[in-house]
Design a protein around this ligand. Sequence first.
Ligand code: DI6
Ligand code: FE
Length: 416
Amino acid sequence: MQQYQWDSLYINGQIATMADEQSCPYGLLRDSALAIKDGLIAWVGPMQSLPDMPERLAKTIYDLAGRCVTPGLIDCHTHLVYAGNRYYEFELRLQGASYETIARADGGISSTVTATRMASFEDLLEQSLKRAKHLVAEGVTTIEIKSGYGLNLDTELKILRVAKRIGEILPVTVSLTFLGAHSLPLEYKDKPDEYIDSVCHDMLPVIVGENLVNSVDVFCENIAFDLAQTERVFKTAREFNLGVKCHAEQLSDMGGAALAAQYNAVSVDHLEFLSAAGVDAMAKSGTVAVLLPGAFYFLRETHLPPIDLLRKAGVPIAIATDCNPGTSPVTSLLLMLNMASTLFRLTPEEALKGVTRYAAKALGLQATHGTLSVGKVADFVVWDIEHPAELVYHIGFNPLIMAVKDGVKVSSVIPE
Ligand code: DI6
Ligand code: FE
């Protein structure tokens, strides 16, 4: 019986590796091949450098006929497990109410918390799975999912278990983040410090005990938690050896980014009102800036994140959907690529790096995901386009023709 060096081989592709090994835009290898062995990338390079005839190298061969390949896309910031939706709040905002006014009147996040507490596990799974399927159908192979619409132990656990289940049902890696400090629940009105006690001492130990999360996030904002409360959560996260993330400088400059950087945050997210000092702090700690153009657009924000300062300081920039019912009801990462370029003026290459290489870094997965490099997990997507910049350029167009997850070809999941 013939012994093959590799399990499968993809030939005649234009491979946007997004890696540094190729010192060209997108790490693009024209007329190239990619080989898989045991779920990992075993070889990538020009066709003419293949060590033998393709049919002697692997049992299964796919001819990509010149199509583009990118790493599987990574949506590194979502809140996609929640019940209900907030179309009525959208209508109120169109009549002039601001996001803050609605939040302070116990609408906003609180109304989603009520619906999510009431939903059964099955109901929450069914509603959330639909959103995850839309992302997966666009080539997303890794999704970060935050809790944060429970705000009590039982419901936070329910959300995290639903999120974990999504990763078992769909061909997607799910990275879980505990966002107990998302908003002050009504039963703790005027007692934010007591609620933070509960997050740190009642919820986090149990969640860690179930080995559910990699990271802890806090919404540091004047409508959520202040710097001192944020720091208490970070300290506890560190005691449990968890990564730190922060929603910071979304609506105002609270200094959350610099605080998170002190705790070596893997990412700080939103950042419209980030100061120069915040940029420097993030550069020093190697923290990724996750920009969320969907929330910027949906809130009709006009204050741009300091993109040039981030670039000059060498802070890696990632892009995500922020999929949530209040400020970013978005289930298209491809649309976010376009918005990152049109609204934030990221180059198409920067935008694509933001959903591959730097999105992996924002999740602490840079050693295994995010680029098409030998030894990394074989998560990639084949697109029916001529150049990777087309993923950023088109609006409402999904050119995915094949997705490969952990080395296995998975049929694209068609949204219901
Ligand atoms: N920032 C956001 O944009 C979302 N959460 C957060 O911390 C909004 C969540 C919501 O309004 O439901
Ligand atoms: Fe968010």
